[in-house]
Design a protein around this ligand. Structure first.
Ligand code: ADP
Ligand code: MG
Length: 242
């Protein structure tokens, strides 16, 4: 039951804060499958919800989200977190209340304003489900797009994961190398070094942390022993006079 909106202007906290369901993990771990399952359960429960996805580039995006298993659900394609608010206002104008839930796919591709939007939705009593990559192809927390063009984004996925009322729903994929279902990393098999490189099985594979590091060391990405000041290997090398 959505709270009385007018009361929220005096004290902007719903009687029950909305739960934030964080569905995160590497590519192919079943994040979108899980998000679509949650959507199905919301409709069985006769809840009203909106599904969003960020536009990745200037191409015309299909207004739906697809899982690797071919499951699909219609979605509102937005350019920015600001547009999520526009759509919520449009919804409010029409139905005089906020939806019960908001679902976001590929949350890591939004701008950093999405952290504030999710926090506020929770405070207003709206349940949030977000699905996204926790780390990028280099194995570090996925940074959001900057709110202002040309600036550096100050926030990354960890800021979203640490919001109060968040329930962690970590997904694991099957490691492409050892076959165990312990893959937490997305390994880029292609050559590019850019942060965002849209691709599927031809460009990325799921790997456990051991096989992720192994691949990155082989491609010369980690040269820790060269960093004499901060790396353990670098200091040991000096100590051993190698
Ligand atoms: P995500 O949104 O996390 O990228 P999806 O929910 O779209 O993942 O798809 C998950 C499906 O991908 C699995 O059910 C499985 O059929 C398929 N898949 C392909 N490669 C893998 C893998 N390495 N580990 C697990 N599932 C995989
Ligand atoms: Mg997905």
């Amino acid at each position: 039951m959505a709270p009385d909106i007018r009361k929220l202007f005096d004290f902007p906290l719903a009687p029950r804060l909305g739960r934030i369901n964080a569905i995160y993990g590497p590519m192919f771990s079943g994040k979108t499958n899980k998000l679509l399952l949650e959507a199905r359960h919301l409709s069985i429960a006769q809840k009203d919800y909106l599904v969003f996805k960020p536009v990745l580039d200037d191409r015309v995006e299909e207004a739906c989200i697809d899982s690797h298993d071919g499951d699909s659900h219609e979605a509102i394609v937005v350019q920015s977190s600001h547009q999520i608010v526009d759509e919520l206002l449009r919804y409010f104008h029409h139905s005089k209340e906020l939806p019960d839930a908001v679902l976001l796919n590929e949350v890591q591709f939004f701008d950093e304003g999405v952290v504030e939007v999710v926090a506020e939705l929770s405070m207003l009593g709206v349940e949030v489900y977000w699905a996204g990559l926790d780390t990028d192809w280099r194995g570090v927390p996925f940074h959001f797009q900057p709110a202002l063009e040309g600036a550096t984004a100050a926030k990354h996925i960890g800021d979203l994961l640490l919001l109060p009322r968040t329930v962690h729903d970590r997904q694991y994929a099957v490691c492409k190398l050892c076959g165990r279902k312990n893959a937490t990393m997305t390994y880029r098999t292609g050559e590019g070094e850019g942060l965002v490189q849209v691709g599927g099985q031809d460009t990325y594979e799921a790997r456990c942390s051991r096989h992720f590091y192994q691949g990155m060391i082989e491609r010369g990405h980690f040269k820790r022993e060269q960093d004499k000041l901060t790396s353990i290997l670098g200091r040991l090398r000096e100590e051993l006079d190698l």
